[in-house]
Each structure stands twice: as structure tokens, then as C-alpha cells.
Design a protein around this ligand. Structure first.
Ligand code: PEP
Ligand code: MG
Length: 841
């Protein structure tokens, strides 16, 4: 069968062509032609035509060739819908044969003509005929004898002469490129980049502009911005007497584009052509509304434009380019907001492994907290602290984290755990601190006694060895690859201010400490949506105070500990109010799963016995007493508040005393107090009446009249079901989707990492529900809880504050349900601001 003219579309000024019929390259070339740029004759084959060729139809070569001169030299390039999806490599100089070689020997000289022919035979043999590349190497010095030998090798391998007919060559090239696109490897590669399963390939056949000849002849690329920073700057190369493949392979003889004291430049050698390139660049930027890289050819000073593609760019450059295009009026601000991937912003917030750096891969885990850091391996919090004292960055590796490790995390540059999932403790703390973190790296072995790890390829690394944690990809690497620094520059701020102008849902931060709050403010969070007060006690010696509280056996003992806790809490809250400058601050009363605070192992208990100055046996007995089979479902959250109400009393007092004090300097502050892990309305009633009493007492004692809001965290399915009566006692409901996911699925947050990848691989779950909010199940509870909550109190404030808060799909869901805000870790605030804006546009 033959492909008819209907399937071909001549790229002319009149042809209608869209990227989704012929691909992005064809569309772009068409636009360059419309802009009167000197583009050689080009023919485009549609996705359908290429599909038919891949399926075995013979391309209608005469129909293609009739658009070109007699005996042309042609190139074929891929044209998929999105250039990032890749495709087969370009084939150049199709039509080269013995006769053409003889002719070029006359015009170009024997050496360049022979080099050109040999290079063509080489790529045809390897890329099209799929012969062994070893058999077709190019000698440094081409010669007629070498050419003859190469043609002979081809003939031996193929049992046929090297095709001399341009049409036959073109047919073979088209068939080979079409087939490559349909191959499994290519398919998997592009699907990994987001291409749909049925993505099509267009092909663009173009007349070659010869880059060799008299005067100034050669190939070049030019772009007008820097790929890494996105700032305006002419970059590129020009290689005299060389084809485009050669410029990329070897730039040894390339010259500068702009005038340069180090050597000759295109600007000096071909000023007219250079000037035209600058004009075409400016025109392309305005009319294609994008920063383009232009490929061009000069032949005796005459300029031909072969192609223009979107400039490859780092995340940082993507932001700068979008902002600059909008600032100069080429695109609208809204377009700029839409052009930057939210995930790309996240890269800018942290140091990253330079994409160009070589990676010596060790092990992969769950990418729990983005950013990268290098350091020497340590295996305990003490070692981490010692390392920090020596100002030596370290990477803390633990099987899982315990309270001791939190100190280590503060001292470490990065953390890796063998167990745990995205909401495990190490992960939550790591994200909050902006510390690169990998959890669930279960393929690695750890020998804590020998202080070493063994990675899947059998290599062993000891304490003190240098490794790098890439928390963005979840990979641990050996050594110290090159890094890119965080880049929160003016373009970043500008883009986010445009995003804020269109955003229609609030973004708050989960911030536990004054340091977190400062980060949240720096990223312009609109308040604190969750302050986990127990996290204020992870630091340094404070954890012992918390343990003392948990271990107190008598009311007097408890009273004494609470008295010491009160001033610390008060000072923390005052700091939070000061930093947040009147923005809402939502403080959650203690929700300390006991296992996170109990000492671990003999040495941990001995240490605690020393701190508390009691016999070890007493500690062991008390630990036994307090141990729970299911601590996540044990005496957590409000349950502790109900059975030991003095603890919440102390916290309420600290909040109100801080409110009274801060209100004097920062204006009236209305703190929000949140009760965790509620499952029954009566819990709220009981806590509310005690907190009201504390508020009244503090008002009287201080003489300051303040307001406060009491709210409830909806983290148990029952709280969602009973949201109507709960809301009668709650000014706001904040959905804690970590626990709500755990309890809806009956899936342990701390253990699910073990089998989650099996579940996702076998598509039991589409994705890890702790990572991506499960809209079908957990989402249903959120919807129902929101509806019932509104029934109980029509103006109830609704939000989510689990780890899903910064995720695009969770934000989209919350917008659709009319929630007031989402709250996420401070470092995700910018990403959430951009995602929310894109959803609103
Ligand atoms: C939650 O459960 O979603 C939550 C925010 O609380 P935590 O992660 O502290 O349990
Ligand atoms: Mg919770």
C-alpha cells in the first residue's frame, strides 16, 4: 500500500498544521516559515502516516520527493507532540551516493566529500540497517581506499550493495525511525516522561543545507538565555565546515558567537549573518512566545535556519524565563504562572545534586524530604552531635528513628532510615526541618555494632565514609557529587506574587518551633495551620522533661514537671505569635504517641534513670506499665487530655499567658487551640469547659481581655461521621489526613512502608495513600465530614493539615469542597501556592 498525499502535509504558509497531527517540531518549523525565516523546503509526515509506515505500509516516496529539487540531500528529524518525549535520532545527508560523492569532490574537495559520505554510510549502516557499529568506525583521516572498504563491508554484511537511490534510502530511513518509535524501550522511556501510551511520532523531511563550502560556512546553534540561570545571555557555538552532529560531538574547532578576546567570533567573521540571527531570535521570542534555541547553517555567509526548539532549562531558569517573558509583555502573568511546574519550585528551595554530576548509586528508599546533602556516615545521635561539634557534616543512618535520633537529626546534614513510610516520624520531622531524608531504604543492611552498611551491590561503607543523600529522588549515593545551591531569587518571589493574586484557597504552614515559623513566614504562609506542641520537646534536653511528665506517678510529681514546662511553652508561643505578626496560629494540644517518647533499649533506660535520678528497676517497671500493643491507637491525643487533664490545663495557660503578653505588643491576638484525635463530642465538651475556665482565670490575672477559638482535628473516621455535633463545639475542623488515612485503611503509618511497594506494584493501591490523598475513600470521609460539620455550624472553618496538604490533588479536592485553607510543611508552601494558583486559572 502507498501513503497518499492526503497523509502528507507540505509545510508552507498556507498549510494548517497542529502539533497534535504532525508534532511540535513540524508546527514550530511552520511558524518559522510564516515569520519569513530562511527555512529550507520541508515536508512533514503526520502521526498517522508514520504509524502506517511502522505497521508495514511503504511510504509514498515519489510524493515526498516531488517537493524537492532533483537529487536532493535530505535530513529526517522526529517530531513528537512534546519534544521532551524524545524520539529516534536525526538522519542527515540522505541521498548521498557515489555520484553525489564525485560531484562534491569537485565542489568541496576530496577530503570533506569523502568524510561526509563515510559518515553517512556509518549512520545508515548502524541506525538503519542495524549493523555492528564496530565494523563501521570512522578513520581520523578519510581516504578513497577507506571509503571503498566501508562500502565493501556494508555489501558483505547485507548481501547487497549500499543503496544508491535517494528514494530507496529515504524509504528505509522512514521505516526504521517509525519502527524505533514503536519499540518497547522507546515507549517505556517516553511514558516515564508523561507521554500517553498512544503518543504519535511525526517526521520532518528537510532539504539539507550544506555546512561546507567556500567563505564562512559551517553549522551553529544560538540561544539568548543561559540554561542554568535563565538570564539573558547569548550562548551557543559555531563550527566552521562542520555538520550539526559534529558540533555536538566535538567542538574542538568551534568558534565563539559573540566578540571574545580569547579567539575569533561569528560576530566578527560574519557580522551580517550574526545580526540577522539576533533579529530572528528576538522575533522568535515574541511570536513563538518562548525562548528558543535556533539551529542554523552558514554557506558562504548565507544564513539558513534549520530548526528552532524550546531552550532546555533548569528549574531555576524556567522560573526566570517565564517571569522575564511576562515582564516584557510577551506572555500574560497568568501564562507565566502556568508555565512553571510546581515540582520545579521545590527543587529551588533546596540544594540539589547537579543534574550533570555523575551518580555512584548505592540504595534507593522513599524520597521523604527533598534536597541533597553530603556527609560522613554516622550511626547514632551521639556520633552526629560529635560530628556537628567538629563542624563536619554527617549523614545519620538508623533502622528507624526514636526520640534520641531527633537530636541527631538536628545535628545531621541528612537522614536515612531502613524502615518507615512517608508519614513516619523521621519523614515528618525531616520535612519540617528542610532536612534531606530517605526512609524505608530496606534493601540496605545495617550492622550497628560494626557501624557499617551494606548496599545491594555488595559494597560496604563504614562510619566516617562520605555519602550523599538525595532526598528529592530517594537515592543514596557514594561520595560527594557536585551540588546546585537553592535559588530563592527575585524571579521566584515575583512568580509567587502573581500566583497569590489568582489563588482562591488559603495556604498555611505546619510549623512546630519558632524556627519553623520563621521559615513559614519567609515562604509567605498565611498563618500556622498546625503546631504540633509535642514536637517542641524533641529538641535537646527538653525530651527528658516530656518523659518526666509521662513518667510522673503522683499528682505532686506531675504538678512539679508541669510547672517547669509552663514557662518553656509560654516562651515558645510568644515567639510564634511575634513571628507570625497577627496571622492565625493554630496550636494543637499534646498528641504524643507514647512509643515516641519512651526510652529504647537498656542504655536508653539507664540514661533516663540517671536523668530522673531513680533506680533503673523503677524505669523498667514504668516502661512496662506504659507500653502499649498499639501505641498509635493507644493513649494518644485527647485521651491523655481526658485522663490527665492537668496537662492540657498547663498548655492552655501557656497559650493564654503568651496571648495576653503578645497582645500588648503585637495587637489583639486570637489563638486557635486544636484538640487532637477526637472521636466523640463529649471529649470536646470536657476539654472545652476546662479551657474556658483557664481562659477566665488568665483574663482575671492579667487584666487582658482576649478571645480564642477552639477547634477539633478530624483524624478518626468517627469524628468525620459525627462532625455535625462535634462542630457545635468547634469553631473549626481540621482534617488530619495522616491519621485519617491510617484509620480508614486500618494501615499503620509506621509499618506500611514494608509492603507498600508490593501493593503499588500490583496495583492494589494506585499510589501510597499516605503520599497521595485517597480521594475515593478518605476523600469520601472528608466530604461527608465537611457537609456534616457545616450542618452543625454553617460558618465552621474547614482545612486539612496532614502531609497531603501541599499536594496538588489534595488542594484541588479541598478547593472543590470549599475548604478555607490547606496547611503543609513550610518548605512546601511555595509549591502549594503555585499549585493552588494553577488550579484557579
Ligand atoms: C494527621 O494525623 O494528619 C496530623 C496532621 O497529625 P500527626 O501527623 O501529628 O498525627
Ligand atoms: Mg494525627
Amino acid at each position: 500500500k502507498v501513503i497518499t498525499l492526503k497523509d502528507l502535509c507540505l509545510v508552507t504558509k498556507t498549510a494548517q498544521m497542529a502539533a497534535n497531527i504532525h508534532g511540535g517540531r513540524a508546527k514550530c518549523l511552520q511558524r518559522l516559515i510564516r515569520l519569513d525565516m530562511p527555512v529550507p523546503t520541508t515536508v512533514a509526515l503526520s502521526f498517522d502516516a508514520v504509524r502506517a509506515i511502522a505497521a508495514g505500509q511503504v511510504a509514498d516516496i515519489p510524493q515526498i520527493l516531488r517537493h524537492f529539487e532533483e537529487n536532493p540531500l535530505l535530513s529526517v528529524r522526529p517530531s513528537s507532540m512534546d519534544p521532551d518525549w524524545g524520539g529516534p535520532g536525526a538522519m542527515l545527508n540522505i541521498g548521498m551516493n557515489d555520484a553525489k560523492h564525485a560531484q562534491l569532490c569537485e565542489t568541496l574537495g576530496e577530503d570533506p566529500a569523502t568524510r561526509l559520505y563515510m559518515r553517512y554510510i556509518q549512520s545508515f549502516a548502524v541506525e538503519v540497517a542495524r549493523l555492528d557499529p564496530e565494523e563501521f568506525y570512522l578513520p581520523d583521516q578519510p581516504s578513497l581506499a577507506a571509503l571503498k572498504a566501508m562500502l565493501a563491508t556494508y555489501e558483505t554484511e547485507m548481501d547487497a550493495e549500499f543503496p544508491q537511490d535517494a528514494g530507496e534510502q529515504l524509504g528505509e530511513v522512514l521505516r526504521s525511525m517509525a519502527r524505533t518509535w514503536e519499540g518497547t524501550t522507546a515507549r517505556l522511556l517516553r511514558q516515564a516522561k508523561g507521554a500517553p501510551a498512544d503518543a504519535g511520532l511525526g517526521l520532518v523531511v528537510q532539504e539539507m543545507a550544506l555546512a561546507m563550502g567556500p567563505g564562512i560556512s559551517g553549522s551553529g546553534v544560538i540561544q539568548f538565555v543561559d540554561n542554568t540561570t535563565g538570564t539573558a545571555q547569548i550562548n551557543g557555538r559555531f563550527a566552521p565546515q562542520a555538520t550539526h552532529t559534529e558540533i555536538i560531538r566535538d567542538s574542538a574547532n568551534a568558534i565563539y558567537l559573540t566578540r571574545d578576546p580569547r579567539g575569533p567570533s561569528l560576530e566578527d567573521e560574519a557580522p551580517d549573518a550574526f545580526q540577522k540571527l539576533i533579529e530572528f531570535g528576538a522575533l522568535g521570542r515574541i511570536r513563538l512566545r518562548e525562548e528558543m534555541e535556533i539551529k542554523f547553517i552558514l554557506r558562504d555567509g548565507e544564513l539558513t535556519i534549520l530548526d528552532a526548539i524550546r531552550v532546555q532549562r533548569s528549574s531555576r531558569a524556567a522560573v526566570r524565563i517565564a517571569v522575564d517573558l511576562a515582564t516584557s509583555g510577551v506572555i500574560a502573568k497568568e501564562d507565566a504562572v502556568m508555565r512553571v511546574q510546581p515540582a520545579a519550585l521545590s527543587e529551588l528551595l533546596h540544594r540539589q545534586v547537579d543534574r550533570r554530576a555523575k551518580r555512584d548509586f548505592l540504595v534507593r528508599g522513599i524520597a521523604a524530604s527533598p534536597g541533597a546533602a553530603s556527609g560522613r556516615l554516622v550511626f547514632s545521635a551521639n556520633e552526629a552531635q560529635a560530628s556537628a561539634a567538629r563542624e563536619e557534616p554527617c549523614v545519620l543512618v538508623r533502622r528507624e528513628t526514636t526520640p534520641e535520633d531527633i537530636r541527631g537529626m538536628h545535628a545531621a546534614a541528612a537522614v536515612v532510615t531502613l524502615r518507615g513510610g512517608v508519614t513516619s516520624h523521621a519523614a515528618v520531622i525531616g520535612r519540617g526541618m528542610g532536612l534531606p531524608c530517605i526512609v524505608g531504604a530496606a534493601d540496605m543492611d545495617i550492622d550497628e555494632k560494626k557501624r557499617e552498611i551494606t548496599v545491594p551491590d555488595g559494597r560496604t561503607f563504614q562510619a566516617g565514609d562520605m555519602v550523599t543523600v538525595d532526598g528529592t529522588t530517594g537515592q543514596m549515593l557514594a561520595g560527594q557529587p557536585a551540588m546546585l545551591e537553592a535559588a530563592l531569587d527575585d524571579a521566584f518571589q515575583t512568580l509567587l506574587s502573581w500566583a497569590d493574586a489568582v489563588r482562591d484557597i488559603g495556604i498555611r504552614a505546619n510549623a512546630d518551633t519558632p524556627a519553623d515559623a520563621q521559615t513559614a513566614r519567609n515562604f509567605e504562609a498565611e498563618g500556622i495551620g498546625l503546631c504540633r506542641t509535642e514536637h517542641m520537646f524533641f529538641d535537646g534536653d527538653r525530651v527528658d522533661l516530656m518523659r518526666e511528665m509521662i513518667f510522673a506517678e503522683t499528682p505532686e510529681g506531675l504538678g512539679a514537671v508541669l510547672e517547669r514546662l509552663l514557662p518553656l511553652q509560654r516562651a515558645d508561643f510568644k515567639d510564634l505569635f511575634r513571628i507570625m505578626q497577627g496571622l492565625p496560629v493554630c496550636i494543637r494540644l499534646f498528641d504524643a504517641p507514647l512509643h515516641e517518647f519512651l526510652p529504647v533499649g537498656k542504655s536508653g533506660m539507664r540514661e533516663l534513670a540517671e536523668v530522673l535520678d531513680v533506680p533503673l528497676a523503677q524505669i523498667t517497671a514504668r516502661v512496662d506499665d506504659l507500653s502499649e500493643y498499639n501505641p498509635m491507637l493507644g493513649q494518644r491525643g485527647v485521651r491523655l487530655g481526658i485522663s490527665v487533664p492537668e496537662i492540657y490545663d498547663m498548655q492552655a495557660r501557656a497559650i493564654f499567658e503568651a496571648t495576653a503578653a503578645a497582645s500588648e505588643t503585637s495587637g489583639a491576638i486570637v489563638p486557635e487551640i486544636m484538640i487532637p484525635l477526637v472521636s466523640a463530642m463529649r471529649e470536646v465538651e470536657l476539654v472545652q469547659s476546662r479551657i474556658d475556665a483557664v481562659a477566665a482565670a488568665v483574663r482575671t490575672e492579667t487584666g487582658v481581655d482576649f478571645e480564642y477559638k477552639l477547634g477539633v482535628m478530624v483524624e478518626t473516621p468517627r469524628a468525620a461521621l459525627r462532625a455535625e455535633d462535634i462542630a457545635e463545639h468547634a469553631a473549626f475542623l481540621s482534617f488530619g489526613t495522616n491519621d485519617l488515612t491510617q484509620m480508614t485503611y486500618g494501615l499503620s503509618r509506621d509499618d506500611a512502608g514494608k509492603f507498600m511497594s508490593d501493593y503499588v506494584k500490583q496495583q492494589v493501591y494506585e499510589e501510597d495513600p499516605f503520599h497521595t490523598l485517597d480521594l475515593e475513600g478518605v476523600g469520601e470521609l472528608l466530604k461527608l465530614g465537611a457537609e456534616r460539620g457545616r450542618r452543625g455550624r454553617p460558618d465552621v472553618t474547614l482545612s486539612i493539615c496532614g502531609e497531603h496538604g501541599g499536594d496538588t490533588n489534595a488542594i484541588a479536592f479541598c478547593r472543590a469542597q470549599g475548604f478555607d485553607y490547606v496547611s503543609c510543611s513550610p518548605f512546601r508552601v511555595p509549591v502549594a501556592r503555585l499549585s493552588a494558583a494553577q488550579l484557579a486559572l
